[in-house]
Design a protein around this ligand. Structure first.
Ligand SMILES: Nc1nc2c(c(=O)[nH]1)N[C@H]1C(S)=C(S)[C@@H](COP(=O)(O)O)O[C@H]1N2
Ligand SMILES: [Mo]
Length: 323
């Protein structure tokens, strides 16, 4: 057997680490069967992209098979940013506060109350709440109304499955969500920053849309507290504040439910809050966004890039109004 010393290996056989990593990721994806239909130029383009930009590859996502959003895999925001740069005012206003101030928060036991206009109300322990549902991993764009964005691999199940299980009455038109109220564990709730507890809602047809996700995890793991453990909402075509965290109550209503930010500042934030580059916030433009990890701002996409899937939900509505 011929054993070659490292310096005998021709340089053409030595792959720079970046290309090696990218090839490894490509092979994994190909093994998952997701990329086999890629165009002939894909491999070269993929290698080029790996060397650019400020984002590092996210090894945490290796091995996850994504049911949606595979095409966004190379744009994933690193785990450290997803879990270290957060809005969760129950733990403070600064982006680092949620990770820093959430150490005393208890995510077990956890109960979810399902109520209002539905045939199957009840108070369920989290395990009972989750048991019938198969979890899947999906990569979504995420756009905060403050004009920054990320690309995040969530884990969860379609909100539509939960709505079907609750079986709303014919009179139900909306679904309302409430965050846990525990000022002893959430220091921000001891101050009048917002009208606690945080509340949000969707129209029932928005909730039934296949993109709406009841979210339990990120990067293939359970949600850390700062991202809304143990249960939060993810509706990727809307501004980030719709995606209410640490949910304890879900109700079906006939009237449009309270949305904390729309209630707090009705001239700045609306109930619908669909991402729209053409409708500016009264204090800043929404035309562009800062993708965390990038330097140049990129254009914001209509409905955050999900217009083909969701625009029909709003036909006939004036999209220049946001409430
Ligand atoms: N209960 C609660 N949910 C919340 C918030 C909050 O302050 N409290 N902030 C919202 C805002 S403004 C954003 S941008 C997202 C941030 O989610 P992330 O930290 O997981 O990225 O959570 C949303 N959900
Ligand atoms: Mo936000």
């Amino acid at each position: 057997m011929l054993i070659r010393k490292p310096n005998d290996i021709p340089s053409s056989e030595i792959t720079p680490e970046g290309i090696y990593l990218d090839r490894r990721r490509f092979l994994k994806r190909a093994a998952a069967g997701a990329i086999l239909a890629a165009s002939p130029g894909f491999l070269a383009a993929g290698c080029e992209a790996a060397g650019q930009g400020g984002t590092t590859p996210s090894p945490e996502a290796d091995g996850l098979a994504f049911q949606m959003g595979e095409e966004l895999r190379d744009e994933l925001t690193p785990y450290e940013d997803v879990t270290g740069y957060n809005n969760f005012y129950e733990f403070g206003r600064d982006k680092g506060d949620p990770a820093r101030n959430s150490g005393n928060f208890q995510i077990r036991p956890w109960t979810v109350e399902i109520g209002g206009l539905c045939h199957n109300p009840g108070v369920l322990d989290l395990d009972e709440f989750l048991r019938p549902h198969e979890l899947e991993d999906r990569i979504y764009r995420f756009r905060c109304v403050e004009a920054w964005s990320m690309v995040i691999p969530w884990r969860g199940f379609p909100l539509a499955r939960l709505v079907e299980r609750a079986d709303p009455l014919g009179s139900a038109r909306y679904i309302a969500f409430t965050t846990v109220y525990r000022p002893e564990e959430m220091p921000g709730q001891r101050q009048p920053i917002l009208d606690w507890p945080y509340r949000e809602g969707l129209r029932l047809d928005e909730a039934m849309h296949p993109l709406s996700l009841m979210t339990t995890g990120v990067y293939g793991r359970d949600l850390p507290v700062q991202n809304g453990a143990p249960l939060r909402l993810m509706v990727p075509w809307k501004y980030g504040f719709k995606n209410i965290k640490s949910i304890v109550k879900i109700e079906f209503t006939e009237e449009m439910p309270v949305s904390t930010w729309a209630h707090d500042k009705p001239h700045e934030y609306g109930f619908y809050a669909n991402v729209n580059p053409e409708v500016d916030h009264p204090r800043w433009s929404q035309a562009r966004e800062r993708r965390i990890g990038e330097i140049r701002r990129r254009p914001t996409l209509m409905f955050n890039g999900y217009a083909d899937q969701v625009a029909s939900l709003y036909s006939g509505m004036d999209l220049t109004r946001y409430y």
